[in-house]
Design a protein around this ligand. Sequence first.
Ligand SMILES: Cc1cc2nc3c(=O)[nH]c(=O)nc-3n(C[C@H](O)[C@H](O)[C@H](O)COP(=O)(O)OP(=O)(O)OC[C@H]3O[C@@H](n4cnc5c(N)ncnc54)[C@H](O)[C@@H]3O)c2cc1C
Length: 221
Amino acid sequence: MKHIVRILDIQQVTHNVKSFRIEKPSGYTFIPGQATDVSVNKPGWEKEKRPFTFTSLNEYPYLEFTIKRYESHNGVTNQIHQLKEGDELVIRDIWGAIEYKGPGYFIAGGAGITPFIAILRQLHKDGRLNDNKLIFSNKTAIDIIYETELTAMLGGNVLNILSEENSGEYMHGRIDADFIKKEITDFKKHFYVCGPDKMITDVSGILTGMGASADAVVFEK
Ligand SMILES: Cc1cc2nc3c(=O)[nH]c(=O)nc-3n(C[C@H](O)[C@H](O)[C@H](O)COP(=O)(O)OP(=O)(O)OC[C@H]3O[C@@H](n4cnc5c(N)ncnc54)[C@H](O)[C@@H]3O)c2cc1C
């Protein structure tokens, strides 16, 4: 089912990520981590659908998406980033991406953090975040989405690793086998992995080799 919804508020989150608060159709509820297919309600773009995850919680009076722009693709994210408050999006049925099944490790690359935002916000609100750890990989520090909020929620249980910046302030490198063996202590816990396909393949392979199985979603090709 299609819903045409107005954008209520837009915030710049990082240099290439914005959050969009939009109208919520009545009765529109989702499980944190779920997504919907979104298009821009402008001539020529209504049928160009791309999946985006809700970063809001059901109790909020609006829906929120947090969207990274791929300017060079000249696609939907580039269009969405040019929209203003009052412009319209088309949203559709809700479908599953990744769902919380119990305490564990959230491993995210770039915009792959978005399903975890809703899950972590909900766990934080419910006082159930304690036993979870976030490993968040980005190219540089300015790419880290919602860094302040994630640190406030998770405290010492968030670990940022940067692949293209070595300032001493953050861990430097990639999420490889050595990193996983060093940072992960309990392979019986749940693993939630979301990010570019190369990262998913690498991390899932390493985890499988350690006897763990991960719920994984590919976000970027
Ligand atoms: C379940 C799910 C949930 C998601 N949730 C979110 C979310 O909440 N937030 C978020 O930011 N992202 C999210 N994503 C990723 C998001 O869907 C993609 O970033 C988005 O589809 C990109 O759309 P686009 O039209 O801008 O670019 P694309 O569809 O990637 O590309 C448009 C066109 O550009 C060209 N192109 C492709 N790659 C390149 C390239 N490297 N260089 C130049 N041209 C290229 C191709 O012709 C392509 O057809 C999610 C993905 C999934 C699977």
